[in-house]
Design a protein around this ligand. Structure first.
Ligand code: GDG
Length: 461
């Protein structure tokens, strides 16, 4: 069979559906998000399956069909969830791979469950993948799956994509299980990263910590060869572009400017509430600006949308308290009755409302200390077809290598960031529009569909 017609199996920590209560009892509902909408039509067309966890611990449901896609569930127990997901994935790998902006913890009692959950994913995939399938494994939860799967099913073409950054030797080298992780990933035929720099880091790590030999972007290990490249992820540009032009969204965006902004210019932040996103730094910079220019609070308002995330981890609960304390301090110091400088929303908004907010915002602050890509930056660009909107973007995001006409900032530099927010608000309209148009060309030319196509083309060769 021509290789592009081979069935496609996606393996990811989470299934692309979640259980919701309907009027006729519980049912599965497709999860929102670019990755899911990009991959589901491809899986449906190619046949195959999506392998993942339902989000509920205990016994897994039998495989089921939803939206003409086969879903295969991997069971995870409560204690595995604690040690595999909250422990190794989010206590070791997440901080280490994000430039160790928080101290990673290394525990052998987290590593063993990581190995066993990866084995479980590999076994379930090996049992359900049709002969000669292409299998695309996603992200840092499943770095051992490629090699485990290759041992069980040598007939498969295996791809692996890392959504978060891959750190350089000085940091990665600290990981007690560095060789096992690298060899785990090297079971794939194609390994993809968000940026060239991540891909280069992988090649150096492979040479340094394993017996691999590299030849340009090809790695050879124990008779197996794999290709290593950058495949920057993107968004469904048209969906955001179209939604931002919908009359209801335009109306809502005007309403937001009046209600939230009271006619003031909106400076926006949108993030999962995560310590990598630099939410505190950006609030400090806004505070500094209010202190330097007392009239500023009549001109601008900052809206920070913080989506609840990993709330069972103590560190994330502490982060939430810290952010809320800073918001409280700023408002306590600068608010007047009926005039609040920082509006803080701790919840997830419906898609339409999010796009209306993007559209209403004159400036978007994206200030992560480290971020694989950052899709929020691209979504904001897609929602500004009228050429308005200034993106202030951290140099340490994957998006920075593509969105070069954003106003770039070092998120560790509060003074620099303060000045950049002031500059963003004073840019001449023509300059705003020139920068925005350039970014729109970049994002519209490389959507999440192009991303998936290029990865699968490499996997299919
Ligand atoms: C990881 C990597 C990489 C946010 N608030 C709402 C909402 N969102 C949506 C956004 C966006 C998504 O969440 C966040 O994506 P990011 O890319 O910004 O960040 P992570 O969640 O950390 O994602 C990252 C990504 O994987 C993909 O590879 O870019 O670097 O860390 O799509 O729109 N959606 C809705 N309401 C909200 O309030 N509906």
């Amino acid at each position: 069979m021509p290789s592009r017609d081979r069935p496609l199996v996606i393996v990811a920590n989470r299934l692309p559906v979640s259980r919701v209560r309907g009027t006729e009892g519980p049912r599965w509902k497709r999860s929102p998000g670019g990755l899911v909408s990009a991959l589901t039509p491809i899986v449906r067309r190619a046949g195959g399956a999506w392998v993942g966890w339902t989000g509920t611990t205990g016994k897994a449901p039998d495989p089921f069909e939803h939206d003409r896609i086969k879903h295969v569930c991997v069971p995870i127990s409560r204690s595995q969830l604690q040690r595999f997901y909250y422990g190794f994935c989010n206590g070791t790998i997440w901080p280490l791979y994000h430039d160790a902006v928080r101290q990673p913890e290394y525990h052998r009692h987290w590593w063993r469950p990581y190995v066993s959950v990866n084995k479980r994913f590999a076994t379930v995939t090996a049992e359900s993948a049709p002969p000669d399938s292409r299998v695309w494994v996603h992200d840092y939860h499943l770095q051992l799956v490629p090699s485990l799967l290759r041992q069980m099913r040598p007939d498969l073409r295996i791809g692996f994509f890392l959504h978060i950054p891959l750190p350089p030797e000085e940091l990665f080298g600290r990981l007690p299980w560095r060789r096992q992780i690298l060899e785990g990933i090297m079971g794939a035929d194609v390994v993809g990263f968000q940026t060239q720099r991540d891909a280069q880091n992988f090649l150096s790590l492979a040479r340094r910590y394993t017996d691999a030999r590299t030849e340009k972007s090809i790695v050879h290990l124990h008779g197996h060869s794999l290709q290593v490249s950058a495949f920057p992820i993107s968004i469904d540009f048209e969906r955001y572009d179209r939604m931002a032009e919908d009359p209801r969204v335009i109306e809502r965006s005007k309403q937001l400017q009046q209600q939230v902004g009271q006619g003031r210019r909106i400076v926006l932040g949108v993030d999962r509430l995560d310590y990598t996103k630099g939410i505190d730094v950006r609030l400090r910079a806004f505070q500094e600006l209010l202190a330097r220019r007392r009239d500023f609070k009549r001109e601008c308002v900052m809206v920070q949308l913080a989506v609840p995330s990993r709330e069972r981890i103590q560190e994330y609960r502490e982060l939430r308290s810290r952010i809320e304390e800073i918001v409280g301090q700023i408002n306590g110091e600068f608010a007047e009755v009926g005039l609040i400088p920082v509006q803080y929303l701790h919840r997830e908004l419906p898609f339409e409302e999010l796009v209306a907010l993007y559209r209403a915002a004159e400036v978007l602050l994206v200030t992560p200390l480290a971020d694989g890509m950052n899709l929020v930056a691209k979504e904001y660009v897609a929602a500004h077809g009228d050429g308005s909107g200034v993106l202030v973007l951290s140099e340490f995001t994957g998006a920075a290598s593509e969105l070069q006409t954003a106003l770039m900032v070092n998120p560790h530099d509060v003074n620099g960031l303060t000045e950049m927010i002031a500059l963003a608000l004073s840019l001449p309209k023509r300059e705003v529009s020139r920068r925005m148009q350039r970014m729109r060309e970049v994002v519209s030319r490389h959507t999440v569909y192009d991303w998936a196509d290029s990865f699968l083309a490499a996997l299919t060769d």
